[in-house]
Design a protein around this ligand. Structure first.
Ligand code: CA
Length: 223
């Protein structure tokens, strides 16, 4: 799950990304509408945070372009324009939510989570062997017993449970977990998978994460 932050104030963008990252939400940043448009065309983002006043145009134009391409990802407008008319313009152009600067980081994260949940509503819980992953609470349980996971572990578990029995490449996991420009140690994913594997074993999971050397991981029935 990845978010795109479209914001031309670089300090603010960095603060937003750091704040979301601390809350388990990985993101990329685009400083212009042109970059944002390219990234939205090439990557499958789960949601976007969109500033309106950008150096190369108005965020509403990007919003309209995205919607006319029938891209349905949730988009939250984050702007200094707080008038009722502005909000209506944004919502009419296809925004899912609207937050006015200055804003509270917890509120931004909460609203994004609400949008992500709404995007997932049609999907049932993920289940494989005796594992179950609740799409709303994002909790993993084994035989109905909840298993405590870190944000990164949870993310990896979800990726594997969406593709049981199929290879999930390490590169894909890295793409989904970390921003494009994050300095990421080459063994970071392995460390998270190792911890996750221990937790599955401890919880007597009847599924196990198998490593395909040099490629990635597969979730398989244990034993
Ligand atoms: Ca701006």
């Amino acid at each position: 799950m990845r978010l795109l932050i479209v914001e031309d104030d670089l300090d603010l963008a960095a603060a937003v990304r750091a704040g979301l990252d601390r809350r388990g939400l990985a993101s990329d940043h685009a400083a212009s509408l042109g970059d944002a448009d390219q990234m939205l065309k090439s990557m499958d983002y789960s949601a976007a945070v969109l500033d309106l006043g950008l150096s190369d145009g108005d965020g509403l134009d990007l919003l309209s372009a995205v919607r006319s391409r029938r891209q349905t990802l949730p988009i939250l407008i984050l702007t200094a324009r707080g008038d009722v008319e502005d909000r209506l313009l944004g919502l009419d152009a296809g925004a899912d939510d609207y937050l006015v600067k200055p804003f509270n980081m917890d509120e931004l994260a909460a609203r994004l989570r609400a949008l992500l949940r709404r995007g997932n509503l049609q999907e049932n819980d993920l289940a494989f062997a005796n594992l179950r992953f609740d799409n709303v609470s994002r909790e993993l349980s084994i035989d109905g017993v909840s298993v405590g996971l870190s944000a990164r572990e949870r993310e990896i578990m979800e990726l594997l449970l969406r593709r049981p029995g199929r290879v999930v490449t390490k590169g894909f996991v890295e793409d989904q977990l970390f921003g494009l420009d994050d300095g990421l140690g080459s063994n970071a994913v392995e460390v998270y998978v190792h911890r996750l594997r221990k937790k599955l074993e401890k919880g007597s999971a009847s599924a196990a994460i198998e490593t395909i050397r040099g490629v990635g991981y597969i979730l398989r029935p244990a034993g």
